[in-house]
Design a protein around this ligand. Structure first.
Ligand SMILES: C[S@@+](CC[C@H](N)C(=O)[O-])C[C@H]1O[C@@H](n2cnc3c(N)ncnc32)[C@H](O)[C@@H]1O
Length: 316
């Protein structure tokens, strides 16, 4: 098994990530009741800093599995003293860690799913189809499975499954055939070129983004087991919402959006039979999903696929 122990060296100042839908999110977080705001995907703390600034009555507990993000967030949150508590962990441990810290309920939470700009933009992290680097893609450098392990050791059927389920890749079969003939592969550049060559020319011309975009997304989700822990973590955070508390989730692709919508709906519908009034304390904070404004889309292309969903617990 190939394991890269490298930990990229980016200090807080070099960690550039534009918080997505910041004004829409801060309008909500700014009005949360006094108490704890759990930021499950702290990243560079863009949303967390804005929330603490907008709402003096909040303390943030921030969680991230990526040491580089934790370093940047720690530097940015240092000025908030004990209003900011930082945990280096996968977010499925958040509810336990909050309780261990004596927090039984929270005023709000945010899950800004997916990757940060520095994860994508630093070639050594191996997430990018545009910048050459090792086929890595681990958010947490302590994890052992890399994208190279998947590409070079999975059986063809397993690879097909990954590309179809996590990338909705229509040309998965061609791509897997090409991988099987070419492996072992070791760099993102090799894989990106291989996918571009494997996809039919007509599809390549029609596609808006890079032909390897879906393959890279699928591998990243598999490397980091992103969807396996999302639903249960979301449920555990919804359970912790205090009356009037608000839970926000920003999703970036259909797989994570489906899980988010389903878990929120299950909490809201409760056990009531169809057509009967619900006894659940949860409601949609707003219906459907909100998307980034045209101005933000122009400024930050990464906001293009973002969908914001929100749930609230009614006052008791
Ligand atoms: C889109 S970025 C968040 C950016 C942040 N909202 C900001 O304003 O800077 C997502 C972050 O979540 C982290 N992350 C993704 N999945 C995670 C998980 N399961 N557990 C902990 N952190 C996770 C990533 O490492 C990344 O730093």
């Amino acid at each position: 098994m190939m394991t890269l122990e490298r930990r990229p060296n980016i200090d807080g100042e070099d960690f550039h990530h534009d918080p997505v839908m910041e004004s829409e999110i801060i309008e909500i977080l700014g009005n949360l009741q006094p108490g704890v705001f759990a930021d499950l995907t702290l990243g560079g703390a863009g949303h967390a800093v804005a929330a603490l600034t907008a709402n003096n009555a909040l303390t943030v507990h921030g969680f991230d599995r990526d040491d580089v993000a934790i370093d940047a967030a720690s530097a940015r949150l240092a000025g908030f003293g004990d209003r900011a508590v930082i945990h280096t962990t996968r977010f499925d441990r958040a509810a336990d860690l909050l309780r261990e810290a004596g927090v039984e309920s929270i005023s709000g939470f945010l899950m800004d799913l997916g990757v940060s700009s520095p994860q994508l933009d630093v070639g050594a992290r191996g997430f990018s189809y545009r910048i050459d680097g090792p086929l890595d893609m681990r958010m947490d450098h302590r994890d052992t499975k890399t994208a190279a392990d998947i590409v070079n050791t999975y059986a063809p059927g397993e690879l097909l499954d990954v590309l179809r389920s996590y990338g909705d890749e229509r040309h998965a079969s061609r791509i897997v055939d090409a991988i099987m003939s070419a492996r072992p592969l070791s760099t993102t550049g090799e894989l990106a070129q291989l996918v571009a060559d494997a996809v039919p020319a007509a599809a390549r011309r029609k596609s808006t983004g890079h032909p390897a975009k879906r393959t890279f997304q699928a591998l990243r989700i598999e490397v980091n087991a992103e969807l396996e822990i999302l639903g249960d973590t979301l449920e555990s955070m919804i359970d912790m919402l205090a009356p009037n508390g608000v839970g926000l989730v920003l999703t970036y692709h259909s797989g994570e959006d489906r899980i988010t919508k389903d878990r929120m709906r299950t909490a809201i519908d409760g056990d009531a039979p169809p057509g009967m009034p619900t006894t659940s304390p949860y409601r949609w904070f707003f219906r459907g999903a909100r998307t980034a404004s045209d101005t933000e889309l122009e400024r930050n292309p990464r906001s293009r696929s973002a969908r914001l969903r929100a749930i609230t617990r009614v006052a008791s």
